[in-house]
Design a protein around this ligand. Sequence first.
Ligand code: SAH
Length: 395
Amino acid sequence: MSAILLKQGREKSLLRRHPWIFSGAIHHLDEEAASGATVDLLSFNKQFLARASYSPTSQIRARVWTFEDESVDKEFFRRRICSAIETRQKLNVESQSNAYRLIYAESDGIPGLIVDRYGGVLVLQSLTAGSEFWKETLADILIDETGLSTIYERSDADVRELEGLETSVGLLRGTPNPQLLIIINEHDLKFNVNLESGHKTGFYLDQRANRLRVRELAKDKDVLDCFCYSGGFTVNALAGEAKSVLSVDSSGDALALAKENILLNELPLDKAQLIEGDVFQLLRKFRDENRSFDMIILDPPKFAPTAAQAERAARGYKDINLLAFKLLRPGGTLVTFSCSGGIDAGLFQKIIAGAALDAGADAQIVEHLSQAADHPVSLHFPEGAYLKGLVCLHK
Ligand code: SAH
């Protein structure tokens, strides 16, 4: 096995059990290693620190599989996968939904691997050289340990490029032509999910608890759902007896899905209005028209995937939140999110505070929201906590 010798003093993050080694921390690699191959990480004094996957093209040159001197093989991955499955059983996620995250990469000790379960189908996303190296083995274990037979691969995320990997989409296990249009049940509501073309692995599973919260808060309110995608929040607001829901997305296909999902749940379509447009522009238009709402939901796409784009992203978040505060009626509720890895919870709160101040709104935070429990966060890998949300009350 090849070994990576770190520069002097660069073992600190590993000693705190953070699983990434950046290229700048590396002194040298003693012999060439293939993409995704297992390598030892040694301190400058040649002390064993961890066993990791090697990614020759990525700035994150190695990702730790284990901090123990143990072999990384099929049985190793079986233990990790079983432990991740057990976590979801302890959480009793199945009582909430038949669609949930079974394996969440670093947070479950398997960097690069995401597996979401949609009813009887597993959707797998391999994001790193390491998870790619072990993909077939991981798929075999998943079939063994879940008792399911179908795995559909959705390795189409942009980050694969950084790892030198091409897009890979299609059936990984199971009989040809599986059913990829499925209906999931989440907290007693149904959603159509297209596993082939849906965002991420098909649906925003991470917002499950927050969708339910919106349902609980929406009664008798005029709701504005910005960036509505397939209507997750819209359907919940209608189920929670909102007076009206206006849903905005720039994608006509997303709005068509949202409409289908309203109908699927036999919710009143006459209370819903779906508008195709740019949220940034539409919020301005509503401001100029003096429109107002009792509840506004802002769930934009990632403005800052990494900390490098944080500043530009911060301006984007401030802009839409400032406009939203202006459109909120007294006593109204703002439910606002960021899924940018580059913006931490503290910064997000500051941005929202700045937006309220500039909008002249007197508001208070009544709840902090985050990703659902089936997207856990390793204490040693805080980057796993990407979704931040605040519920603010406008006084
Ligand atoms: N709230 C959704 C997820 C939102 S994903 C849910 O819970 O399921 C982000 C959505 O924003 C995508 O559907 C995308 O089409 C849309 N979008 C991106 N930029 C936009 C813009 N400037 N204006 C309106 N919609 C936009």
